[in-house]
Ligand binder design. Sequence first.
Ligand SMILES: Nc1ncnc2c1ncn2[C@@H]1O[C@H](COP(=O)(O)OP(=O)(O)OP(=O)(O)O)[C@@H](O)[C@H]1O
Ligand SMILES: [Mg+2]
Length: 406
Amino acid sequence: MSRIIIFTGKGGVGKTSVISAHALRAARSGMNTLLVSADMAHNLGDVFETETGGELAAAEDRLTLLELDPSKIMSEHYPDLNLSIAQMLGGSVSRAAESIDSRFMIPGFEDLFMLLGIRDLYNSGKYDLILVDCAPSGETLSLLKLPELLEWYMEKFFPVGKFMTRVLSPVTDALYKVKLPDSTAMDQVSEMHQNLAALQDLLKDPQVTSVRLVTLPEKMVVEETKRTYMYLNLYGYYVDRVFINRVIPPQPGSRFMQEWRQIQQQYIEELESVFAHIPITQIPWFPEEIRGIRAVELLSRELPENPVLFARPKDPDGSGTLLNGAETYEVTEEGYVLRLRMPGAESVSVELHGQDLDIRAGNMLRKIPLPSVLHGAEIMKTEVKDEMLSVFFLPEKARLSRPEKT
Ligand SMILES: Nc1ncnc2c1ncn2[C@@H]1O[C@H](COP(=O)(O)OP(=O)(O)OP(=O)(O)O)[C@@H](O)[C@H]1O
Ligand SMILES: [Mg+2]
């Protein structure tokens, strides 16, 4: 089974350098490796000192580079989909459009085609390993939450499937002033819906996809790394390694450098305590830029040895389900409890919003559509303990049959 590893981190921390080192190592140890850039400011060509130009480009044996272009993927592989989705999401959904300002319902909608492109490359079966070089953290998070967000919107505004369309069409027309698309376009909505579901299955399966964080031992970068990690967890992505880049080596050098080294050590300790359960790799600050195969090779020697570097995640509690990611429900005496693992979350707020549970952490919002048994339920209690968010619900039925307190 092939594998996808996504790299992210603050701007300029060394994502492209570290991912290139992974690519070289993988290819030279016999894996068919594809290194794709999902950062619109592509620079793989610069690092490998070769022309890429938006097409698959061979860097060396078993190593292919590709700079993804979402509009190209859209026009070549999903030519009709975009048009009909755009029409539906923008042109004809008056009620929905009130809260949405552009032609597309969600900013960055086109970037979805980048993810679909990665999925298609994965499905081609040509590669053992697909490494994804991302734009700085904020944009990556917007990208990675797209499939879930879009699926949520689609389920809200378009009854998925033809049968549903026919039955609900007059009702939705009158109620919501939603002009439901014709059947061809509706097929495409269904197709899109399936695509989104499949994409999430792929990206949130820790046996297939993991995320690696690249950081620096500096205050602002450490803070951003912690936030990114929390948000990735909120959306159910599996983070399997952290790289602390540009660590000043311990050689006796100038006092200036040694003082910097001491400052760095504080942040390294902080990172080690925050990411105590995730492997961390330190990478030294090289006296030169990471440009060209030779420099990438040098950096790749700093990565852990092979079986470790590309090992798949182990199931931490042996139960068959990884704790990272998806929410789970359990029955309690009075109702139900939803649990979501949220390491690093300091302040979390939870609110019912129609049939969704809105979870806010920092400036991120995740909407979890609740199962029907919890529609009309009340939140009794919320707690965050041992990195686990628990939301206790009292279902409507139980509430109605509860004796009045006198
Ligand atoms: N360990 C290192 N030692 C010395 N220079 C480094 C190291 N890691 C990265 N660099 C240099 O730092 C600069 C930024 O690195 P890189 O382009 O890999 O970062 P990035 O996170 O991909 O940046 P962006 O957010 O702009 O995509 C480059 O000039 C690179 O050569
Ligand atoms: Mg980069």
